[in-house]
Every structure is written in C-alpha cells, then in structure tokens.
Design a protein around this ligand. Structure first.
Ligand SMILES: [Zn+2]
Length: 421
C-alpha cells in the first residue's frame, strides 16, 4: 500500500509524460542558446496557475547574452501558510547540440514503452519535469505545509552557467536567508546522491618561434618542435604524476578519481583550412588548449604552478624556448558534506521509497553546484535526479518514465521530511 503522496504522484503519470514531452519539443539548443524565453514562459504559466510567485530574469551582459539570444531564467516561489525552510529545485533548461547518429527525431519526444526519446530527455528535462510533478503533488497533499518551495529553470549550464545559475547567485537568489536546501535534478540515477564535482582549469599555451623559408629551417625557429618538447614533458612528468594522485571524493567513473588532463586542441603554423598548397614557412607560433581536471585535495594555484614549472624548466634546458600561458577559465571543486541536512534527508527518502541504500558519488565534470557554493555561499546542495548519466549528450538520449516517477516520489518524500512540522 503506497503512501498518499506516492499515490498522488503515480496518478500523475500521464501529466508527467506530457510535461516532459512539451519541454523536449522546445529545442533549447546551446549554443547558440535559443528558445529560452519559450521554455520559461511554458513553466511560468503552469506554476503561476498553481499559486507560485514567478520571476523571469534575463542575464543581461552575461557571456552569450544578446538581443537575438537572450539568456532567460525563471524562478518560481511558493510560500506555505506557515514559516519554515525553503527547498529549491534547480534545473537547467538548455541542451547540447545533436551530433550525428540519431535514429529518432530528437525533438519529437516520442514515447516508446517506458522511454521518452529526445535531446535533453535525460539531461535534464526529465529531471525538471519530475521535480515539477513532485512539487505539484506535494502542494495538493499538504496545503498547510511550513516554509517555501522554489523551482528554477536556468540557462547555459552546458556552457558554464554564467548566464544562468551564476547570474542568479550574483543577484542573491541563492542567499542563505532565502534558500536553505538545493536539489539539482541532474541525471545521476535515482539511487545515487551526487555530493559535488571536481575542479577544472583551462589554459592556452603558446610556444614561440621565428618564421623563415621552409627549405632552410635552420634559419628560423620552429614553434611546433618547441610544442613537441612541451608535450614530451607532459608525457614524461605530468601525466604520471597526475595518475598517482587519488581523491577521497567518491567520483564516478573510477578513472576520474585521479587528476586528469585533456589536450583539447593543437594548432601551429598556417591555417589548416585553405585551398591550394601551403607556402613554405617555418611556423613562428604553436598553441594548445588544455583542460585540466583537479581534485579536492589539489589547489588551482598548485595545478597552474606545476605546469608553469615544466615550462620554465624547458626554458633553461632548450635553446630559444619561449612561451606564453593564458588562463581561460577556472572552476573550483565543490563537495557537500555527507552529514548536510539535504543529503541525510534525500538518503532516507531513497531508502523509504525505493527500498535500497543510496550510494554517494561525485561528478568528474562540474555542474551548477559550483555557483551555488562559491557565489551563493550555500553548502547544503546536491544533485539528485532520474536518468542514466552515460546517456547525457549522446544520440538517442532517453529518460525512463518509471525512473522519473520513482525519483519524483523521493523528491516528494524529501519535501515532507523538511517542510512538515
Ligand atoms: Zn545537465
């Protein structure tokens, strides 16, 4: 015999499917960041009709914001009749590009058996829909609750969240006196609580050379060969050192429990897309972009210093070696304590609703928790939502209806634990 709130959620199965489909059918592709206003309007109309105070916020001046592609966000707040804490569900409404390999229409949101297919189904319109249904069922079941509930739909998570959660946090929307608990329904799987994520440091390194005729390279200085020396130093020293480091963060997959670095791109010499044969020149510049992911146990200063030390060492050993390093972006790791109230509450709700002990994970890449933590100064934040993480950003992405219902029941039970006196 299910509890009353679970029963209410189960009876909303069709409404949940319809809402998920409606969200997927608005193609909020980022880049460029399109149809953001449309998806915010859809949710605003729905939640305003349920008695939410709704605010549309454009992140004017944020990276990517323009009159053509305005960065729209929605915050909706419902106050209970009695005072108490506020629980906030934050979902990003943008989706990544399609890529090749789709066998279904990515914006048709077709239901096949238990699955709804489409770009953003799993990451994370399914989670957004599940949280809306959970909240609506909770309000019907417990109209006299204590505290407040907020739902937000925010822009640009897929490109760093600067036009979304970062902007809202700067404006005070996540100030601890307004919001006490945050749940981000990213697709981490209905049995898992995601406590946080690793840090990231992005930089461009340029090696310098001197142009000369390609038939007499000894009269110039080849920047690509200098970059080869940089890459060798990485292979010899940096990659082995990073592989040795292990974090206490429960990062999944296992390989991401060490420090990692991707070399995003490399380019030297003349542009690689042009017609005809290349002119014969020694390249005087070579650039790489690196994507260094780091652990709670490391510092961003240490990450940078380690790379600078290798470059400086090359300067002393290698004739005419010179470089420039330009930092592109940095994101600090975030990790919510396992004893934080939102963690213990959702953990207990998973056990009660799904009959299993939750597992605790951390994300190899970052998500909007970083802004809620650093800018909003709110530590009581997790990611919890339906969906298979490995499907995110893939072709034929889907979300399971049963998974959405189960996680909605966990969200609803969590609201009961926090908001019923
Ligand atoms: Zn996501």
């Amino acid at each position: 015999m299910p509890d009353a709130l679970s029963h209410r959620i189960e009876t909303r199965r069709d409404a949940l499917i319809a809402l998920t489909q409606a969200l997927i059918r608005i193609p909020t592709l980022n880049p460029p960041g399109q149809h953001y206003r449309e998806i915010c309007d859809l949710l605003q109309a729905r939640l305003a009709a349920r008695g939410f105070d709704t605010t549309l916020i454009r992140a004017e001046g944020a990276p990517g914001d323009s009159d053509r592609y305005p960065r729209w966000n929605l915050v909706a707040r419902h106050e209970g009749p009695r005072p108490g804490p506020c629980v906030h569900f934050n979902s990003h409404h943008d989706v990544v590009e399609l890529g090749a390999g789709w066998t279904r229409d990515p914006f048709a949101a077709d239901l096949e058996g238990d699955r709804i297919y489409g770009r953003g189904a799993c990451d994370m319109k399914g989670g957004l829909a599940a949280s809306v249904i959970a909240v609506e069922a909770f309000l019907d079941q417990h109209p006299g609750y204590c505290g407040a509930i907020e739902l937000s739909a925010t822009a640009d998570e897929e490109t760093g969240g600067y036009g979304g959660v970062a902007h809202l946090a700067q404006q005070g929307w996540f100030a601890p006196e307004r919001v006490q608990h945050v749940i981000i329904p990213e697709p981490l799987d209905k049995h898992r609580i995601c406590l946080g994520h690793r840090g990231g440091w992005w930089a461009e390194i340029e090696t310098k050379g001197e142009i000369a005729h390609g038939s007499m390279p000894f009269l110039g200085d080849c920047a690509v060969r200098h970059m080869g020396a940089v890459l060798s130093a990485f292979e010899e020293h940096l990659f082995p050192a990073m592989a040795q480091r292990r974090t206490d963060m429960p990062v999944v997959p296992e390989g991401a429990r060490s420090s990692t670095m991707n070399i995003n791109s490399i380019h030297g010499g003349q542009p690689d897309h042009h017609d005809g044969l290349p002119a014969h020149c020694v390249p005087d510049s070579c650039r790489i972009v690196i994507d260094r992911r780091f652990l709670m146990e490391e510092t961003v200063e240490g990450v940078r210093a380690e790379i600078v030390a290798l470059l400086e060492d090359l300067k002393t050993r290698r004739p005419d070696f010179d470089y420039e390093l330009r930092e592109l972006n940095r994101v600090l790791p975030s990790m919510t304590d396992r004893t934080a109230p939102v963690v213990t509450t959702v953990a207990a709700a998973i056990t009660e609703m799904l009959g299993v002990d939750p597992s605790y994970v951390a994300s190899p890449g970052s998500y909007d928790q970083k802004h809620i933590d650093r800018i909003g100064r709110l530590k009581n934040c997790i990611a919890y939502g339906p969906g298979v993480l490995e499907l995110a950003h893939k072709p034929d992405e889907w979300i399971g209806v049963t998974d959405m219902l189960d996680s909605a029941r966990v969200m609803g039970r969590s609201l009961e634990k926090i908001l019923l006196a």
